[in-house]
Design a protein around this ligand. Sequence first.
Ligand SMILES: Nc1ncnc2c1ncn2[C@@H]1O[C@H](COP(=O)(O)OP(=O)(O)OP(=O)(O)O)[C@@H](O)[C@H]1O
Length: 585
Amino acid sequence: MIRLLKYAKKNQIYAYIGAVSKLIEAVFELFLPIFLARLIDRGINQGDTRYVLQMGGMMLGLSIAGFIFAMICQYFSSIASQGYGTELREVLTKKINTFSHKELDEFGPSTLITRVTNDVNQMQLALAMLIRLVIRAPFLSIGSIIMAFYISPKLSLIFAVLLPVFALMLGLIMWITIPLYKKVQQRLDDMAQTVSENMSGVRVIRAFARKRHELNRSTENSEQLSKANIIVNNISALMTPSTTLVMNLGIMIILYIGAVQTNNGASFQGEVLALINYMNQMLLALIVVANLVVIFTKSQASASRINEVLDTAVSIEDLPESSITDQLTDTQGTSAINFNQVSFDYGKKAAKALDIINFTVPVGNVIGITGPTGSGKSTLVQLIPRFYDVTEGSVTVFNQNVKNYRLKTLRNLIGYVPQKNTLFRGTIAENLRWGKEEATDEELYEALKIAQMDNFVRELPLGLYSPVSENGINFSGGQQQRLTIARALVSKPKVIILDDSLSALDYETDYKLRQALKKIKNASIIIVSQRLSSIQTADQILVMNNGIIENSGTHEYLLQESETYQKIYKSQTEPESIVLKEEKE
Ligand SMILES: Nc1ncnc2c1ncn2[C@@H]1O[C@H](COP(=O)(O)OP(=O)(O)OP(=O)(O)O)[C@@H](O)[C@H]1O
């Protein structure tokens, strides 16, 4: 947790001002009972009205000054803690943005969201409490004891007896509750994960009539969270009555002994009252300390989760500056992409997703990739922009190993349209400019034209500046696909990869789009598709099966030579033949 405090540095001056203001307020608070004692003992008891007014005025002054310093603290600690939260969120988001697909797969989106939101909020709260209470609470409890001894060393011995009893009680409650708070935090995480999955998958849940099942899952999570919270709250709730009991016991003893001593003339009424005040101050401050420990325990859990993200080694990064080959010398040469003996697995324990892959994409060629589901098509194309790194072998783009490129340069060379693509809330133009911020409207329309979307956008009342809802849900599946293709084309990439991104288009649009792509000068195109009509005119088609390239060649060649290709072809031209075959079997 302390490690993360370095992100509060920018706002540390506000934190110091806040803490010092709170300390000054505590000093004022500490002096109030003394003035009260004097007011009673010398003012009221001796009928000295002037003294009463003097002391009353002092007390009022101290209270007002305390209030002002408390407000100053509140103001500056808010600035410091909010600034800290903003800084932490920014650092975390930056780090997550450097993650390769491997790290993103390992964490999963829900937990990353919880870490950037809930965990950062918890840290923010911890800093605010640190500024407001960490100095003030111990100062008040120790200060109260000293002041009590100053007033009456004899009566203050009661403090010495009660203090350990009180500390023991708080310690016991904390000892039981702290592990439980950790459990609650874990349950909260499970809950956030379920809610996030349910919200993002609400349409699928409905489509599969899984509402009841998902509701049960949420209820179960919610019940577990509530159970854990009830246990911890019940135990924590003991804190108030038990501490009040000790406090009242202390007050009774002070009152009793104080009364006897006052009768004997050994003490004054005001002093007894001041002692009771100090007793309250001390014990309340100790309760605050106990609550602080709870807050810091929760924050410790949040801090470890934030640190886990910050400490994660990023598997795909730019090489040291000296080894980077950023200058592209040969985009007109012979080979746009080359896979040399490439193997890949998603983790040491996972089976090989790709096994000894060799192929070349000559500049300006169109390559089709097909094969049964799970055969490794998407995995293969994701190695080109280095979303994952090969386990063995090498991938080159324009004769340079992809690892030698600056990631930004490599990804600017490639227009990649993934299978699951997303549009973002904003306007069409904002979405399209992701590839090139300074692109003109003309350039955007150029890309839209290739994607067969220009007429549609021109006819919209707001044209390029029409709104796009979250995930682009105000567009049909096919329109979304065409917009995401246009987005990839705006930067005029030299390599275009369409990973099953034509699936929602009708045959005519699919055909026109591919024809328009072919006209882009020197662009090398890879089309991954199960639909053979989308790739049958390609210069070369790779047929994948079980992570290997089973066969490759033109459509005509594969129809003769590849059993897998024939099967796919048949399933699309004569689907009934497959049904009949299955029925016979
Ligand atoms: N992120 C991932 N983590 C672990 N394994 C994965 C991951 N993505 C894919 N795989 C596995 O790798 C293999 C190849 O998957 P891939 O997505 O490349 O197939 P595909 O041919 O593109 O399939 P489809 O046509 O269904 O999209 C599959 O066995 C799959 O389970």
